[in-house]
Design a protein around this ligand. Structure first.
Ligand code: CP
Length: 303
């Protein structure tokens, strides 16, 4: 693995290796013996969108590994005044050992990787959220003891989380059904990728179909960052796409729920479903730390 830009660039073995390394970093952290695998390494954490989990888990994880993480608000950088991404990349690549970048356009993260000369990790784009979905896979495996053969459902917007979940879950041998309203389908290239998996993938406008018999149900906000002006229209369009108790009753009795957070209770998930599954959701949030350490350990320390 040279960069982490999207999951479809990885092999299934590479994904499993990331999850195994993350499990090991978690075990060592709980034992109080964090390996200092990033000693002497500096990682730029460049954010063009808000973040609570991604920023803080990266800062803490890099600290635990003995490295330096520098938070860079893209709004305060010259990139916000028009400096090209190619030039920003070539400068940061001369100071830092790796760069994490959260922004809107996938092409900007790809350009950073092309020009910086150092490993680049996507901290989320409009197209993909690979760190989050690797974390979801780690968490599902913790709860279920396996991934292959599980039935996953996603109810909500066919946006970055859906794109990455479809790829990650199918590559891990899971069945995946996504329910989204017309007009909110996943990216065309992701649907093309999923076609290779035949009956293991289903796209529907019926949320109950995604929930029926599921081992794990995923959802995410209806209005992602940068779409705030569409909030009212989206509330109308996604009406009926909530994870509520009636829908959960269609899933397996031991079905778990994953939500990348922040959650909008009363929209994509009801308060009672959220609280019933809060341990699973906050274990997922915790695992961001361990997955990010694994990705950086693999990229920079040969793990
Ligand atoms: N799930 C996630 O990416 O959270 P943040 O937006 O808080 O980083």
């Amino acid at each position: 693995m040279e960069h982490l830009l999207k999951l479809s660039s990885l092999t299934p073995d590479e994904i499993i290796h990331i999850l195994d390394v993350a499990d090991e970093y978690k075990r060592l952290h709980k034992a109080g013996t964090d390996p200092k695998d990033l000693q002497g390494k500096a990682i730029a954490l460049m954010f063009g969108k808000h973040s609570t989990r991604t920023r803080t888990s990266l800062e803490v994880g890099i600290y635990q590994m003995g490295g330096l993480g520098t938070y860079l608000s893209a709004a305060d950088m010259q990139i916000a005044r028009g400096e090209p991404i190619q030039d920003t990349a070539r400068v940061l690549g001369r100071y830092y050992d790796a760069i994490v970048y959260r922004t809107f356009k996938q092409s900007d993260v790809d350009a950073l990787a092309r020009y910086s000369g150092v490993p680049v990790v996507s901290g989320m784009t409009d197209y993909a959220h690979p760190l989050q979905v690797l974390t979801d896979l780690m968490t599902v495996r913790e709860y279920k003891g396996k991934l292959a053969g599980l039935k996953a459902g996603f109810v909500g917007d066919g946006y970055n989380m859906a794109n990455s979940l479809i790829v990650g879950c199918l590559m891990m041998g899971m069945d995946f059904t996504i329910a989204c309203p017309n007009g909110y389908r996943p990216s065309a290239d992701v649907l093309f990728f999923a076609r290779e998996y035949g009956d293991h993938f289903k796209l529907t406008t019926a949320p109950d179909e995604a929930a029926r018999g599921a081992d794990v149900l995923f959802t995410d906000v209806w209005t992602s960052m940068g779409m705030e002006r569409e909030t009212e229209r989206r509330r109308r369009d996604f009406s009926g796409f909530c994870l509520d108790a009636a829908r959960m009753a269609l899933a397996k009795p031991d079905c778990i729920v994953q939500h990348p957070l922040p959650a909008h209770r009363g929209e994509e998930i009801t308060p009672d479903v959220f609280e019933t599954h809060a341990d699973e959701i906050f274990d997922e949030a915790e695992n961001r730390l361990h997955v990010e350490k694994a990705v950086l350990g693999i990229l920079l320390a040969g793990k």
